[in-house]
Write a protein of this length. Structure first.
Length: 255
């Protein structure tokens, strides 16, 4: 059975997509069977995986509206050794169109049930909002990975996210856990970043991954080539950090 991880933070630009794409590629590089599902109308994980989001007839949008089976939408990512369920801006309509439909929060969960045997890891890249798309991600997941920048407002946003996770756990998905908090774009020379990082560790203890993702220009430029950083510059600090994160996850949950 696949371990299903929602990569979530309602704050924008914290590294959700960078983490989704590069963790998918890193887990796949260790021979794990990995599926990446994009739940963001921005389509960044799709583009970053080497798929042109504009040219797609079928995406996760059609899966959520039950117009097509997820198996027909999933395809091998050209740039990594993982599979992708892509998204593009059409997905923005799903929010409104799902509202009056039955089991609207569990559409992704139900769709993924058909594929659970095919993968060891399913990663879900969520949009920067606590909306129905993100709720679909949280309902489908076993656990949440929370990428965050160690800056002043980060902890405030975390309170809302933890509340949402608790609400989903009591109403929709009792097995949902926090897998961990991931410090992204980290600059060890920044005193505030150090402080926030220490605060995080005090509050969340071993829920904070030991691996830290440094700020690294290779990570930022890889998507413009439609590549995970592993295939752009394997020796870069960014590539090594995501390989280390994959290693940390595998050690925590061998399999
Ligand atoms: N470790 C890093 N070092 C340098 N740049 C990074 C790093 N992580 C992410 N970035 C850059 O920061 C920007 C935001 O990252 P990303 O798109 O992964 O965040 P996001 O949380 O998915 O954003 P959104 O909320 O819009 O979906 C991107 O331009 C990305 O290339
Ligand atoms: Mg994103």
């Amino acid at each position: 059975m696949a371990k299903i991880l929602a990569i979530t933070n309602q704050k924008g630009g914290v590294g959700k997509t960078t983490t989704s794409v590069n963790l998918a590629a890193s887990l796949a590089a260790t021979k794990r069977r990995v599926l990446l599902v994009e739940l963001d109308p921005q389509g960044n994980a799709t583009m970053g995986s080497g798929v042109d989001k504009m040219g797609l007839a079928r995406t996760v949008y059609h899966v959520l509206l039950e117009q097509v089976d997820i198996g027909e939408v999933r395809a091998a990512a050209p740039a990594g050794k993982y599979d992708l369920v892509p998204a593009n801006r059409e997905l923005a309509g799903a929010e409104v169109e799902l509202v009056d439909l039955p089991y609207r929060e569990k559409r992704l969960k139900n769709a993924l049930a058909a594929l659970a045997e095919d993968y060891e890891y399913v990663l879900i890249d969520c949009p920067p909002a606590l909306n129905l798309l993100t709720i679909n991600g949280l309902c489908a997941a076993d656990a949440v990975m929370i990428p965050m920048q160690c800056e002043y407002y980060a902890l405030e946003g975390l309170t809302d996210l933890v509340q949402t996770i608790k609400r989903v756990r009591s109403n929709l998905n009792p097995r949902l856990e926090i897998d961990g908090l991931l410090r992204t774009m980290f600059d060890p020379r920044n005193a505030l970043a150090q402080q926030v990082s220490e605060q995080l560790q005090r509050h969340f203890g071993d829920k904070v991954y030991r691996t830290v993702i440094p700020r690294n220009v290779r990570l930022a430029e890889a998507p413009s080539f439609g590549l995970p950083v592993l295939y752009h510059d394997k020796g870069s600090k960014g590539a090594q950090a995501y390989l280390a994160l994959a290693g940390e996850m595998l050690r925590r949950a061998p399999g």
